[in-house]
Unconditional design. Structure first.
Length: 153
C-alpha cells in the first residue's frame, strides 16, 4: 500500500511541476516524462504486490525500460551538448530518440499483459531500444570525439 501511496504523492508532485509548459523544449520535457515513468512503475509495483492483477513484470519494466532507460537518454544529449559548448536544444533526431525509447518502454510493459502478442511486443521493444541508443551513438558520438567549440573553463 505504501508504494501505491508513494505513486500518488509523486504523481501530485509531478503535476505541480507543470510539465505541459516544457513541451516546446524536448530536452526538458523528457525529464518530466521519465519521472512519470517512475510514478507509473511504483504504482504498478504496489498494485502487483497487493494482488490487483498487475503482472510484476510490467512494474519492473516500467521502472527499468521506462524510468531508467528514458532518464539515461534524457541526460545524455543534455550533457553532450553542454560539455561540448553547443546550444541546449533538441533537434529532430533527438526527438526521435525520445519517441523511440518511450515506444520501447510502452511495448515492454504491454508485453506482460498480452501473452499471445508477447513475442511481437518484445521484438518491437528491442528494436526501438536498439534504434534509440544507436541513434544516440550516431548523433552524439561524433560530438564527443571532436574538439569542443567552446570548452568549459
Amino acid at each position: 500500500m505504501i508504494l501505491v501511496i508513494a505513486s500518488l504523492v509523486n504523481a501530485w508532485r509531478l503535476a505541480r511541476w507543470a510539465g505541459r509548459r516544457t513541451w516546446a523544449e524536448p530536452l526538458l520535457f523528457i525529464l518530466h516524462v521519465g519521472y512519470a515513468w517512475l510514478v507509473l512503475g511504483i504504482g504498478l509495483l504496489g498494485l502487483s504486490i497487493l494482488g490487483a492483477g498487475v503482472p510484476v513484470a510490467s512494474a519492473i519494466h516500467a521502472l527499468t525500460a521506462g524510468a531508467i532507460g528514458i532518464m539515461i537518454l534524457a541526460v545524455m544529449p543534455r550533457v553532450t551538448l553542454g560539455h561540448t559548448g553547443r546550444d541546449l536544444t533538441a533537434n529532430r533526431a533527438t526527438v526521435a530518440i525520445f519517441v523511440l525509447i518511450n515506444a520501447a518502454g510502452i511495448a515492454r510493459v504491454c508485453a506482460s499483459w498480452h501473452p499471445n502478442g508477447m513475442m511481437i511486443l518484445l521484438a518491437l521493444s528491442a528494436a526501438c531500444w536498439i534504434a534509440a541508443f544507436g541513434l544516440v551513438e550516431i548523433v552524439y558520438g561524433p560530438m564527443l570525439l571532436t574538439r569542443q567549440r567552446n570548452p568549459l573553463p
